[in-house]
Every structure is written in C-alpha cells, then in structure tokens.
Ligand binder design. Sequence first.
Ligand code: SAM
Ligand code: TMP
Ligand code: ZN
Length: 408
Amino acid sequence: MADRPGCRVCGGDLRQFVDFGRQPLSDAFRLPDASEEEFFFRLAAGACGTCSMVQLMEEVPRDRMFHADYPYLSSGSSVMRAHFAAVARRFLATELTGADPFIVELGCNDGVMLGTVAAAGIRHLGVEPSGGVADQARAKGIEVRKDFFEESTALEIADAQGRADVIYAANTLCHIPYMASILNGVRALLKPSGVFVFEDPYFGDIIERTSFDQIYDEHFYFFTATSVSAMAARHGLELVDVERLPVHGGEVRYTLAPAGNRTPSAAVAALVAEERRRELTSAATLDGFASRVEKIRGDLLTLLQDARDQGRRVVGYGATAKSATVANFCGLDSGLVEFVCDTTAAKQGRLTPGTHIPVRPPEEFRRSYPDYALLFAWNHADEVMAKEQAFREAGGRWIRYVPDVHVL
Ligand code: SAM
Ligand code: TMP
Ligand code: ZN
C-alpha cells in the first residue's frame, strides 16, 4: 500500500498536514488468545491543492474493514435511533410521495433508518457489505443486498428494480475512496427528479473542535461544501442543499441532484462563503490543527500518567472506532486505562486494536466506579452522561479531550 500519487477525486497534488503514524484497523477488536498478526497501516491526512478535498494518504483495502464480523451497530444510541426515524419520516413526507416510490440506502447497517420506511410499506433496498449487520437488518423485515455499492451494483439494481427517488447514505460515503464509481452509480440509479442525500462528519467542525479522532482507517474523506460541490460537478451532479447536524460531533447533510434539475438553496452559497472566509483548507489552518493535536496528546498523557502515579483508576467509556486513533497515537495501555466499557456484545471480551486494552460491558463500570472515566464516546456525551449520573454523584469525574483536555 504505497502512498497514492494524488487526490482520489481529481488527481491533484496532496499536501499532508497530519501524521498519526502506524495504526491498526479501528474496528478490529481482538480475541485475547488471537495469534494472527495484527494489520497496521500509516494513518495520515492531506488536502488536495486543486479541489480542496481532505483525505487519507493511504487507503486500506475495503474487505479488511467491512466483512461478516464488522462490529459497529447503528442502533446502539437512542439519540441516533431518534435521528434516523426522523430522517425516514421526512423522506416519507417529501421525496417519497409519488407513485410507487423507491429509496436505496448505502450502508444501511442494522436497518436503523430503513426500519421506519419498511414499516410504512414503501419500496426500499439497503446495500450493506458487512454480513453480520446486514442480517440484523433483514431480521427486521428490511430488504438488503449484501454487497458493496459501486457502479456495477447500481446498474444491476436499476435494471432489476428501476430507478430511485432517493439514494441515502449516513456515515458511509466518507468511508468509500472509489468515489468516481460511486457517483457514476448514483447517476445511473437516480431518477432525473431524484436526490442523493448523504451526511458525514463535517471538516469545519473537525477543525473547530480539533476532533482529530474522526481521522481513522474507515473515514477516508472529510467533506466540506466546497469540496463536495466540486466533486459533484465532475459527475453531472449539483450540490443543492446543505444542513448542519449536531450528531456525531458535527455533521453536514448534503443533497445532490442531477445538474440543473433543482435550484440550489441559499444555504449552499452561505456555507461555501463561510468556508472561504475561514480558510478551512489553507496551510495555516491545517498546520494549526496539527499543532493543537500534538498538544492534546501531551496533555492527555500527562493527565493519565499523573492519575496512575496517584493510584487513581481510569476506565474508558465507549470502545469507539475513533478511540483507536487516540489510544494508539498517545500510546495508551491497560496500565493507564484499566478497561474500556461498551454496550456492543461483539466488542465485549475482546481487546482494543493495537493497544490491547480489555473491552467489558458497562455493568463492570457500574459495579465498582473508577475515579475517572475517559469519554471516548464524546459524540454521545449528553446521552452517556445522563445515563451515568450515578457515577458523578459517587464522586467520579469525566475526562474529555475534545476540543482540549479537561476534567468534568
Ligand atoms: N448508516 C449507518 C449509520 O449512520 O449509523 C452505518 C454507518 S457505518 C459507520 C458504515 C457502513 O457502511 C458499514 O455498515 C459498512 O459496512 C458500510 N459500507 C462500507 N462500504 C460500503 C459500500 N461501498 N457500499 C455500501 N455500504 C458500505
Ligand atoms: P460511535 O461513536 O462510532 O457511534 O460509537 C459509539 C460506541 O460507543 C459504540 O461502540 C457503542 C458505544 N456506546 C456505549 O457503550 N454506550 C452508550 O451509551 C452509547 C451511546 C454508545
Ligand atoms: Zn482533488
């Protein structure tokens, strides 16, 4: 896996701005007795000097990340369940009101969004390559094609089931490096009147919050309205709406339509102008981000080492994919973080990738509260802190590292 010669969207030159070194696959939780060698790659990000797209410098083969044992379950958060039910209801009331409407979702995971669509009796298809989570969606009565979405998949679906009114992808498009194939597929599968809607972490929020742990193997692209607009135009599509979302630490929902078919909303021009004003991908902005990341690493390590030296217990909260970047970059181990608790059955009883910290159910956290909980699932902070009020009441403190290292 040599570094790519250029931008994965336009072929332009990439300027690297941050390097996290050797990193494991973020969702490769290991069995304690596993003997196979762990896979590592070089995690670094750069920005394209031509189209401004921010992206990883090295690409991990997709089958290593998305397979039958992919552990991430979308339904694990009550806030996200409500978010996706609202997304579905909005489509049902707007884009899906014509004759025999059809919606396709890329990366439907366990069916958290399509469940509501299926319950309304609307024609739908989830395209999901990770077999285990796809089975969970099917068990809810959702139609799923176990496959990677790409141009050939799109052509087959269009042939067999006709074109779609909506193609939707949440936290999935940014996972897919082969963008030309995806957007050609979207063009072929979408009705002329249709929309392609996707929501992903917003690079503007990553810069603002220094949320460097959004950078990991699966997150290949970091979108802005500016870069998405340029990317869409290469494939006969147009960015016609943007919406900022509070979920997952700050996202944007982008709506694309076949070029010329819909009038772009004022929000598009406003966000592009704001990105220009903030100089989001200038060398000064990106280098400033990289130095703040170094400071967070130093501050977090000092805090955790001091806690250990004073005999305090620290437990990690949420074995998120994001935490792989933090833990491996900072060199955390089970001497600094005793274990990480997580509600996902497929992660429990395993070890965190690269750092080999045990993952245990949240009941272990509640059985004997530590002095500190390191909030790896900071994007679910409101939900987690509300649920764990008794920890605070027992004198426990939360450690957070976004936007800087602080104790609550
Ligand atoms: N949409 C869900 C959500 O927002 O919670 C799931 C997001 S999960 C982080 C990303 C999903 O994308 C995984 O379930 C993965 O298997 C799927 N995926 C990866 N590459 C894909 C592709 N080429 N086509 C469709 N799904 C893909
Ligand atoms: P995410 O940030 O990629 O959504 O991952 C969140 C992880 O945190 C996932 O493994 C589930 C876990 N989690 C908990 O353990 N408890 C919770 O209350 C929530 C919301 C998530
Ligand atoms: Zn480019």
